[in-house]
Design a binder for this molecule. Structure first.
Ligand code: ZN
Length: 345
């Protein structure tokens, strides 16, 4: 079980990066992995904080999340030999830093500047160009330092997307339970409850999240971190990723212009909740309230792509048993669930 040793969530905590890294015993040098825009938003604060703690740092800018970028960072880690890698930014920066630091057997600290999905705080990584279209386990951050004042200033769409990824646990846990019953798959109550609690808290605090209040942003960030912890406890992404994620992975492959991961997972959760006979209206309502997409139109994809993604979702990851069963939905059934839940018109 890999868990982060320090988790800091709050207003202004980016200034404590140096102190935290020192407390964890890293004293030599650090490599900051960040993006071209985020460097001025947070990269400089982190560099300064490290300098104040007597830690030298160098910075590498990531342009996109590709395996080539991962190799480039790996080469830099081999060259500079940092004690620790700091991922400062959004999903792309954190994913590439997570993977390259794992391959180089170097610890990494996550300093998310956006709350768009649970990868910001977990061992899971998903990236184009990897051998599988879905997320896989890499290594967990040794510390997470989430500055809510920086996250609150990120584009609101990222926050709404993060909500979609958290409410997805509502069906992910149901799928996990189902796989336990049907396939005797390992199921852990504690990890399942932790993931469910995150989705419950986001549902309960939708208003505070929508207004981007301090407590709302903290709730979302803590929910995403708890999801990462749930996966670490379970040793699998099961508590956080079910049929709604398979639908999202399929849609990303099918749609010419896919939406964000969390946005697609949110819409997938509405439809999968319907398939489970659960309260899909509750999911639709909370997504509405946080301003996340609930329809194909709002996702910016065609109705037929939704239907096709539903029929192909089960084949994304055949060993992951879900409500979609082994043969998946028929086209007619897919059309019906998408229509009945208002996802397609
Ligand atoms: Zn996700």
């Amino acid at each position: 079980m890999q868990l982060p040793r320090e988790v800091l969530v709050g207003n202004g905590v980016a200034k404590s990066v140096g102190e935290t890294v020192t407390r964890l015993g890293f004293r030599g040098s650090a490599l900051i992995v960040t993006g071209p825009k985020v460097i001025t938003i947070a990269g400089e604060i982190v560099t300064e904080s490290l300098r104040e703690s007597g830690i030298e740092s160098s910075t590498i800018i990531v342009e996109k999340a590709t395996t080539e970028e991962v190799s480039r960072i790996e080469n830099e880690i081999h060259r500079a030999r940092p004690d620790v890698v700091l991922a400062v930014g959004g999903g792309k920066d954190i994913d590439t830093a997570k993977l390259s630091s794992m391959k180089s057997r170097t610890r990494f600290v996550s300093v998310p500047t956006a709350a768009s999905h649970d990868g910001i705080a977990s061992a899971v990584v998903s990236m184009k160009g990897l051998e599988r279209p879905y997320s896989q386990m890499a290594h967990a951050p040794i510390a997470i330092i989430a500055d809510t004042s920086i996250i609150a200033k990120s584009p609101y769409r990222l926050i709404a997307s993060g909500c979609g990824d958290v409410v997805a646990k509502y069906t992910a846990v149901r799928d996990w339970k189902l796989a336990h019953r049907i396939k005797n798959e390992y199921y852990g109550d504690y990890a399942a409850e932790l993931a469910l609690m995150s989705s419950r808290l986001v549902i309960k605090n939708a208003h505070d999240i929508r207004t981007v209040s301090d407590s709302g942003v903290s709730t979302l960030v803590e929910a995403l971190i708890s999801c990462g912890v749930a996966m670490s406890i379970a040793g699998t992404s099961r508590p956080c990723s079910g049929a709604e994620h398979l639908f999202s992975h399929a849609l990303t492959m099918i749609a010419p212009k896919p939406a964000m991961h969390g946005e697609q997972c949110g819409v997938g959760t509405i439809m999968c909740a319907y398939l489970h006979g659960a309260n899909w209206e509750l999911i639709q309502d909370v997504l509405h309230r946080v301003g996340a997409p609930t329809t194909a139109k709002e996702l910016g994809v065609e109705s037929e792509h939704i239907v096709e993604a539903l029929t192909r979702a089960h084949s994304m990851r055949p060993e992951r048993y879900t409500i979609l069963g082994e043969s998946g939905l028929t086209k007619e059934a897919a059309h019906r669930v998408a229509s009945l839940t208002g996802v397609i018109g």
